[in-house]
Design a protein around this ligand. Sequence first.
Ligand code: SAH
Length: 363
Amino acid sequence: MNRKSTITKEQIRRWLRETDWRRLDTLFGRADRVRRDHVGDEVHLRGLVEISSHCQRDCLYCGLRRQNRILSRYRLSAEQILACARRAVHYGYGTVVLQSGEDSGIRREWLTEVIRQLKRQTHLAVTLSLGERDRADLAAWRHAGADRYLLRFETANAHLYNRIHPPRRPGLPDRFDLLRTLRQLGYEVGSGVMVGIPGQTIDDLADDIEWFGRLDLDMIGLGPFLAHPHTPLGQEYAEASDRPADPRQVANSELMTYKAIALVRLVCPDANIPSTTALASLNPQNGREEGLRCGANVIMPNLTPLAYRRQYEIYPAKACLQEEPGRFDQQLKQRIAALGRRVGVGPGAAPHYLERRKAEVPS
Ligand code: SAH
């Protein structure tokens, strides 16, 4: 567990099973206070740019998987990415997040140059979320100025992980090894899991939450698993829906996601925790705000050009498909103010990342 954690593993399990709203309100209230005390009232906005929907992997849950031949693929040009980043600056965001499928067409040198340009032309923090890449790629991008890397470990249960991911070539580092590499390279490191993967039990999710603390992550993203009909796991999910549910199975519900966010906040008080698009896809009305009220402190508005958003279909009915960035930005800022919170200024690094850097770099 994280050295600042205020909760035990058994308590985590109990809260994940809790269904009484009155009691759950005490959990959400407690997470909200811990959020305020540790990372304050600022909500950091990170502009998300989905730079490529090409993917050479075949993860059983993800709509970008290589075998999904129905999906048409795109890769943004350097100029398109820079134009999205200028929008982020225009809206006052402190960070741009470049995300993609695992795309070897994103060449090391090409992205190095894009990152250099981003750093030259803007003051933005740059976050990458490009899947599993070689150490040499990660090192080159860090050297060019990339600040953060997001790589969810998806589930800490190795058996479940292997069931929903294609077999890996022996000898390649796994996601936990890569998280350690990212840390060594000086990135601010983020990870996360899906909530309600078919076959995921309450004990598994409690283990995941404990792992977040042990890894001392700077950012932790959680979203509900959403079944995609053109994936094997999505089909399995649909077929299982007329059978009685296994009582140990984690629900891929809004409530379960709020509980998980709140518990992660208690285990990792200093982390940056987004209220994710997947959550907003389950509740487009106010899913993002509810996430912010039970421990989250980050929102990632989508800045991908509207023409490409439908093609970045990780799961269907993504909340952001029609959200025009300008209007979305205005509404979001009003909603943040209505919660009594304020929009963060600057890059918004996690406090303990800054402490760690200070300790590493002698003054
Ligand atoms: N290729 C990158 C980015 C993947 S998309 C990588 O592998 O890290 C980012 C996240 O979306 C994934 O880590 C996964 O947790 C989530 N995701 C993918 N498919 C999903 C689905 N069907 N439902 C919910 N979340 C999903």
